[in-house]
Write a protein that binds this ligand. Sequence first.
Ligand code: NDP
Length: 281
Amino acid sequence: MPQNFKAELTGSFSTPCHDNPTVVMVEAAYQHHGLNWRYLNAEVQPADLAAAVAGARAMGWRGFNLSMPHKVSVIQLLDELGESARLINAVNCVVAREGRLVGENTDGKGFLSSLRPVLDPAGRHGVVLGAGGAARAIAVELALAGVGRLTIVNRTPARAAELASLVRAARPIEVEALNWDADYAVPATADVLVNATSIGLGDATARVPVAAASLRPGLVVADVIPNPPQTALLRAAAHAGCTTLDGLGMLVGQGVLGINYWTGVGVDPVPMRTALEEVFS
Ligand code: NDP
């Protein structure tokens, strides 16, 4: 073999493109900032995940996002985990740093960036409805942000208890796990209520079992549901005088963070949100 042999693969990789909201959002930021980058989406079957990650390494990708069911199984294929990804035990964003693939979790951080303009969670009482992936990310990130007290309410009590233990391991704060078998009355001490369940996804009329009379001015009510952004819970909360945050803010917050991890550029969230609103309108 010649001494200066260099293996090169020149090719063109094609994948069918769908109107994936995250692609539209990220590409809107690239375009707005004149960044000559591309964000592609490809469907990968669970059995092909290892090959896909090896491919991303081989092609020198700066990173990628993952959705379910890959958020946990990808961990064994990475070199390192960021703090919240390690605590949550789930990765939704991979970043190539000096040749190493680092797993991050931007779900909860995206939520925090949408919350901070209206409320600093430090020392506050947060209530999280749900105990699935989104709830885990949000609860852990709220704990890391210094929330004083956390209440986790879930239909399956064992999952609420498991999440409470996870949060306590992240930070020794007051955490309670409650069973959700009737309309939940938001306590007067609560500063922020987060619907982190899948109730409302694709159904603007789906009702989250929360007592309408316990919604009041001064309470921040956030919903993770990005589509449709105006959920029945958010409409009821606005009607009761609460401050409301929709799921698009969380999605945009994740996008801003991911782009910053990959490119080092701090992007403007406004064109990203506008692009998402167009997709979901
Ligand atoms: P999971 O399946 O992991 O968890 C779903 C949660 O919802 C569980 O706690 C489940 O309770 C609860 N739930 C579902 N249906 C009901 C019901 N009828 N009554 C009471 N509780 C119910 O899903 P994820 O956590 O991954 O996702 C949840 C939502 O978050 C999705 O709609 C997703 O689109 C959204 N999401 C939004 C993001 C954003 O950026 N805006 C980012 C990530 C997710 P149980 O444990 O009892 O089954």
